[in-house]
Design a protein around this ligand. Structure first.
Ligand SMILES: Nc1ncnc2c1ncn2[C@@H]1O[C@H](COP(=O)(O)OP(=O)(O)OP(=O)(O)O)[C@@H](O)[C@H]1O
Length: 323
């Protein structure tokens, strides 16, 4: 039976079986009247060796939660641990190393380097970090992802699904403790999307990896072991062994609640998804949004220019001080 996040209550001291956790995790953007409370005292524990999906309405804080758990963004209050290591308070350089050594990233734009072959893309973060890939593991990843006969191809010679598989292999190459995937199927047609979800599932089942995936898609979430539902910056529910129908039903309730919420509720801490209102300018306050996957090409170019970025596993991440 899948392990529920709830069974691993935060603060019990026993970190066994927990890949990452947060306590009282709060993230506010901006200040004064324009403050946006993206995360509101979130307690969460991500079970090791499981596939966890994070869902919720637009603006509910999914990406912010992922970025804070991955040390890509600073927190306003609370604590975050990766395994036993508290990452809140770590210096930039320590965080960069920790991300590089212990976390794999997959984004909907794949951030592959166009001039490098698939094989070179897969090992690039490790090459930059001066780490030698574990050949046996790498072979296993490549075979599991069905990339053996595509290794010499450049990204432009690969289909979208194959490119995403390369991105998946890159995230897995260093055998990270935790893989964060932000809408990894967002740019794919449904068949390629299914493929990638299948591979993430296999990464968990066959390779023992831990995956956290942010998604809007109930069918994608149905591939996970546990869905965490976020609303207004809080975890409001979870569902073990989810089905697409079950997740869809649960998501519909957000709409009902939001449609029925008092108009003044959103005023204290306005959020993009509040009260069913998503103003067109909702993202305008995101001077430097934490999403770093704004385009495959720009991402790859900057990645090519900056060793720190690609050493992060293709995050495209440059800075995490964006308030
Ligand atoms: N850099 C930023 N500056 C200001 N506000 C931000 C920033 N990043 C996120 N926010 C706000 O924080 C809230 C949560 O954003 P987040 O991107 O985490 O939501 P999400 O659930 O991932 O949304 P979506 O599903 O639309 O991607 C939103 O109201 C958003 O506008």
């Amino acid at each position: 039976m899948p392990t529920s996040a709830a069974e691993h209550a935060v603060g019990q001291g026993d970190a066994d079986g927990i890949a990452a956790r947060a306590r009282g995790l709060t993230k506010a953007y901006g200040s004064g009247e324009t403050t946006v409370l993206a995360l509101d005292s979130v307690d969460v524990a991500i079970a090791r060796g499981r596939f966890t999906a994070v869902m919720g309405p637009s603006g509910s804080g999914k990406s912010t939660l992922m970025h804070c758990l991955a040390g890509l963004d600073t927190v306003s209050a609370g604590q975050v641990w990766l395994g036993d290591t508290e990452i809140t308070g770590l210096k930039d350089r320590e965080l960069t190393r920790l991300r590089r050594d212990r976390i794999g990233f997959m984004f909907q734009s794949f951030n592959l380097i166009p001039t490098l072959s698939a094989a070179e893309n897969i090992t690039l973060p490790m090459d930059i970090a001066g780490q030698r890939p574990d050949r046996k593991w790498l072979d296993q990843v490549i075979d599991t992802l069905g990339l053996r006969d595509r290794l010499k191809h450049r990204p432009a010679q690969l289909s979208g699904g194959q490119q995403q598989r390369v991105a998946c292999a890159r995230a897995l190459a260093s055998r990270p403790e935790l893989i964060f995937a932000d809408e990894p199927t967002g740019n794919l047609d449904s068949r390629a999307g299914l493929e990638v979800l299948g591979f993430l599932r296999e990464a968990v089942d066959d390779l023992g990896q831990t995956v956290v995936m942010v998604t809007h898609d109930p069918s994608a979430a149905a591939h996970s072991d546990l869905v965490l539902f976020l609303a207004d910056g809080r975890i409001v529910d979870e569902m073990a062994r989810p089905t697409a129908e079950g997740v869809l039903e649960r998501m519909k309730r957000f709409d009902t609640v939001r449609a029925g919420s008092a108009p003044g509720d959103a005023d204290a801490h306005p959020r993009k998804g509040d009260a069913g209102v998503v103003p067109p300018q909702a993202g305008a306050d995101r001077a430097a949004p934490p999403k770093t996957d704004s385009g495959a090409d720009s991402g790859t170019d900057s990645a090519a220019d900056s060793g720190g970025v690609t050493a992060d596993g293709g995050t495209g991440h440059v800075s995490h001080d964006k308030d």
